[in-house]
Design a binder for this molecule. Structure first.
Ligand code: AMP
Ligand code: ZN
Ligand code: ZN
Length: 401
């Protein structure tokens, strides 16, 4: 009888231990496009608020320009746009004359040429033997260094937030050997509502509530499966109210044929059409109401911007709330926008880190978003990249001691 009891005990102890330790936590990076830091205080996001309370949170400073692609890539590489190569949502490169990169131009946006200047964390993780999976993240569908995450999806805005959540949950449900160690999911609806209706609209509040419900489904779904998750929930930038009465028209300063306006809106990237055209510089490099222009080499150091050959010759930054246009607006000006100086408090972005790896109830002072890559590496057990712009020291307070 005693022998039998010992045998039964031996049989059960390892199982018991395994159940107690549980599988290795998965790190999930959630990107909520355009979720301004202070949206968290509005009362429409109880699930995010609960994660923040149980974890670490704080306002996060985006990199300049405060646009989607440059900041999504800064978050996962630890390099600011000037060094990660994604210097704008639209950009040009003297090594590719006559061609423009833009979000909607798949032939360029999916070409590794534009993305090979920095290594995203999913590549570092895959190289280290960790499986990764991305349910959308700018750059994750591109064969950077000829590699992609083990699971990835071609971006399609029509894939609903519910579908995105269910895809991620399906990945977490896999047996441990096939389950990703690192995964991402991306939601664009808060940004879209912010652009169309402005940051203070009922539509933004509804989008916040909807995305919060999806985050809740992720958290509940993982808990139900018994999969521990380190959640890192971030935004790329904030949002600011704009209107038609606050427009700077470049046509009033220089004839349109003389310039290539690579990007317009809250900031403008302007290249003289004829490389040596001093008239463009003369027209722009002087004081203007509601806009500051500088040659890229003369931008303030705090912007960390202008050394990359992809940055256009002249960068103009609108006063927060103003819009720089070249001719008719390509989209309605009234609503919300981002792209301003990253010192604008309305550009501050959401940051929440919650899970077994993170401090409980920590509030961080404002930090630069490039530190997120260092945090992800630390949680995944990957070495810190000493050459990166983002330092783990800036977010160490988010880690459990
Ligand atoms: P922005 O113009 O900076 O507001 O960019 C936000 C938009 O980028 C979203 O509305 C998405 O439709 C779009 N977007 C996000 N991820 C991708 C992607 N991987 N490929 C193409 N477009 C994207
Ligand atoms: Zn964005
Ligand atoms: Zn946007």
């Amino acid at each position: 009888m005693r022998k039998l009891l010992v045998l039964i005990a031996l049989l059960f102890i390892p199982v018991g231990l395994a159940a107690k330790e549980g599988p290795r936590p998965v790190t999930v990076l959630v990107g909520i496009d355009g979720f301004r830091a202070d949206y968290l205080e509005r009362g429409h996001t109880p699930r995010l608020a609960a994660l923040a309370k149980a974890g670490a949170t704080g306002p996060m400073r985006p990199s300049f320009p405060t646009k989607t692609f440059p900041n999504h890539f800064a978050l996962v590489t630890g390099y600011r746009p000037d060094r990660n190569g994604i210097v704008g949502n639209s950009m040009i490169d003297p090594r590719r004359p006559g061609v423009m990169f833009s979000l909607g131009n798949a032939s360029q946006a999916l070409d590794p040429f534009w993305w090979n200047e920095a290594e995203p964390v999913w590549i570092t993780a895959e190289k280290a033997g960790l499986r990764t999976a991305t349910m959308f993240w700018p750059g994750s569908e591109v064969a950077i260094q000829s590699r992609r995450p083990s699971d990835w999806m071609r971006f399609d805005q029509n894939v609903t937030n519910v579908q995105r959540v269910n895809t991620l949950l399906d990945w977490l449900r896999r047996p441990a050997s096939l389950r990703p160690a690192f995964a991402t999911v991306y939601f664009d609806t808060v940004d879209t509502a912010g652009h169309r209706f402005g940051p203070d609209s009922a539509e933004v509040n509804a989008a916040l509530a909807e995305v919060d419900a999806r985050v809740g489904e992720l958290v509940d779904g993982a808990a139900k499966m018994g999969v521990a998750v380190n959640w890192v929930i971030v935004a790329d930038h904030g949002m600011r109210q704009t209107d038609e009465a606050r427009v700077i028209q470049l046509d009033d300063l220089i004839d349109r044929a003389s310039t290539i306006v690579v990007e317009g809106g809250p900031y403008a990237a302007i290249e003289p059409a004829a490389g040596t055209d001093n008239r463009v510089a003369d027209a722009l490099l002087k004081p203007h109401a509601h806009m500051t222009c500088a040659r890229k080499e003369d931008l303030p150091e705090r912007l960390h911007y202008g050394r990359n050959p992809r940055v256009a010759a002249i960068i103009c930054i609108a006063e927060p709330g103003w819009t720089i246009l070249s001719g008719p607006a390509p989209y309605p000006v009234t609503g919300g926008a981002h792209g301003y100086d990253n010192a604008d408090p309305d550009m501050l972005a959401l940051f929440v880190a919650s899970g077994p790896a993170f401090a409980k109830g920590a509030t961080l002072p404002v930090f630069d978003n490039v530190a997120v890559a260092a945090l992800l590496r630390a949680v995944l057990g990957l070495p810190e990249d000493a050459a990166a712009d983002g330092k783990l020291a800036d977010v160490r307070g988010a880690l459990r001691r």
